[in-house]
Write a protein that binds this ligand. Structure first.
Ligand code: OAD
Length: 243
């Protein structure tokens, strides 16, 4: 489908599919992370209270994997789109559900990690937050309050409120293009963003390996590997913007 208008206010949502080809794994695909590990055990506050060691082992392994991971062409294309939109006097907000840092490594600046970040921790006791690239253990000491074992990954778990939601809904309410990339559409509130964008009158496009749970809600769908379809879509949007 041809893109109809010169977009000025863009919101892009990304999920695990955009980082799959960088080796970070997806959650719900065949062989996905949640087929091997119970999300109740490692992605809920109750799981952390029950067995913090299991939770630390899980995120320590993911944090180590992230050290080896590099952004792929989809991450780079989205960073290029942001620069082009800005050059044309428009705005792009990149909202990611991913806890990796591959968008920032690729050069994206206007980025919101709605599910938190693997390379940050927070203290469950005093609430302090900070950057953290090492392993966490059940006796790691909080640098602020001194409590042992209260530091946890600054990752939003099921039952917790995603970050930046008011900001995201504000942007969706006035966007003219919304793209959802590499996400299954199974997790709310992210899965409802397309409805907000449609209500705002935006063109909505899904780019994914296969149609997602809410594929029918989008004006347009493009299917294939992120490294193959995102760059092509970005090129078309940039041509439309005319920079
Ligand atoms: P999912 O694993 O649910 O979905 C990943 C989507 O990416 C699927 O629809 C795949 O078809 C697609 N995909 C896989 N490989 C791809 C590729 N190379 N190119 C393009 N698409 C590909 O991951 P998310 O939707 O991101 O939250 O999951 C949302 C949230 O659920 C995550 O942030 C995480 C998880 O539980 C928390 O842990 C709080």
């Amino acid at each position: 489908m041809a893109l109809k208008t010169a977009f000025k206010r863009i919101v892009v949502l990304t999920g695990a599919g955009v980082s799959a080809e960088s080796g970070m794994g997806t959650f719900r695909d065949k062989d996905g992370i949640w087929t091997k590990q119970s999300l109740e055990d490692v992605a809920t506050p109750e799981g952390f209270a029950r067995n913090p060691r299991l939770v630390h082992d899980f995120y320590n392994a993911r944090r180590r994997a992230l050290r080896e991971a590099a952004p792929n062409s989809a991450h780079f294309a989205l960073a290029k789109l942001e620069q082009s939109v800005r050059k044309a006097g428009g705005e792009l907000m990149l909202v990611t559900q991913n806890v990796d840092n591959l968008h920032e490594k690729a050069g994206s600046n206007t980025l919101l990690h709605m599910h938190g970040e693997l390379s940050r921790v927070m203290c469950a006791s005093c609430g302090t937050k900070g950057a953290w690239d090492e392993d966490l253990f059940t006796d790691t000491e909080c640098w602020r309050c001194g409590r042992l074992g209260a530091l946890r990954p600054d990752v939003v778990w099921f039952g917790e409120a995603p970050y930046g939601i008011d900001d995201i809904y504000g942007r969706l309410a006035s966007c003219d293009l919304f793209a959802s990339i590499g996400t299954s559409g199974e997790v709310y509130p992210a899965a409802s963003f397309v409805d907000e964008a449609r209500t705002a009158g935006a063109h909505t496009v899904e780019l994914n390996l296969e149609p997602s749970a809410n594929a029918r809600t989008f004006s347009e769908g493009r299917y294939g590997l992120a490294t193959q379809i995102v760059d092509e879509w970005v090129t078309q949007v940039i041509q439309k913007i005319g920079v």
